[in-house]
Design a protein. Structure first.
Length: 285
């Protein structure tokens, strides 16, 4: 597969993923229910694309890979649960920016588990990104949005773990198989949580069901699914840093659709975060 084609697919996937927070804001269902149906419908769509080849392709997957897929799906469930919930407590721009700190987590995990050394530029990029996140957190603390920021930050940690595991598994497992399986695991994690919390899982308007479907088809299958496919050909940090575009896209859409204005500290902090992440990831790759 030629790299320009891969990068183009990643670019289009990120644009599609930028609509995720917007779609969620239009949903009236609880955050955990939205997360559940997103991964459930994604798994069904990904499985349907395999058709009659699905059964044989699943048989070929080794036991150790299934164990890794279960772990990845667990962290994917946590990511969506925390991130979707964060959108109820903070702005779209802050939520997406804090979630995108996953790039920093990916770099740190690569260093810890792969024993890779940090260059001065990588260290500088990490410190710059952390400074920007602190800037936004302190500003949001004054407006009561700090809790939402922390939920988004936790979701970034979980998606970073998911990407690290995915990079190891995706080298020899089909993208749609992987997307389907991790989404099934995520749905199985989220369903009992929704059940225990006595959340309504069925009585929703036609608009909500349409939004659940669009979340799975767009950001789920054409977004995360394409990134899962790309993990076979490029490093996890490259995929992670490409998601920075989601911050820009989501903020622009939030401005035009919900009239969400960026505060001065969000602009400064956001620029620091995006610049820091780019410097760190670009020099690591």
């Amino acid at each position: 597969m030629r790299l320009p084609v891969i990068y183009l697919c990643i670019f289009l996937a990120v644009i599609i993923m930028s609509t995720s927070s917007i779609i969620i804001r239009f949903c009236s269902a609880p955050a955990l229910v939205i997360a559940f149906y997103r991964v459930l419908f994604t798994s069904l769509m990904a499985g349907s694309l395999k058709g009659s080849k699905l059964k044989n392709s699943l048989i070929d997957i080794k036991r150790r890979d299934y164990l890794l897929i279960i772990r990845a799906g667990f962290f994917l469930a946590l990511h969506f649960a925390f991130w979707t919930t964060s959108l109820s407590y903070t702005s779209i721009s802050s939520s997406v920016l804090f979630t995108n700190l996953q790039v920093i987590f990916v770099l740190l995990f690569s260093i810890v588990f792969l024993r890779e050394k940090l260059s001065k530029l990588v260290i500088g990029g990490i410190m710059l990104a952390l400074t920007g996140s602190l800037f936004i957190a302190l500003g949001d603390l004054q407006t009561g949005k700090f809790w939402g920021d922390m939920l988004a930050l936790a979701s970034g940690l979980f998606i970073a773990i998911y990407l690290i595991i995915g990079r190891k598994v995706r080298t020899h497992i089909d993208a749609m198989n992987y997307t389907m399986l991790v989404s099934i695991v995520a749905a199985l994690v989220l369903f009992p949580i929704c059940w225990v919390m006595n959340l309504n899982l069925t009585n929703y308007s036609s608009l909500n069901w349409l939004l659940f479907f669009l979340l799975a088809l767009g950001p789920g299958l054409l977004g995360h699914g394409v990134l899962n496919w790309a993990l076979k050909y490029v490093k996890a940090p490259i995929v992670a840093v490409s998601i920075l575009g989601e911050s820009v896209g989501a903020s622009i859409l939030a401005f035009f659709i919900f009239q969400e204005l960026l505060q001065w500290y969000q602009i400064i902090g956001g620029l620091l975060i995006l610049t820091g992440i780019y410097i760190a990831a670009a020099n690591e790759c």
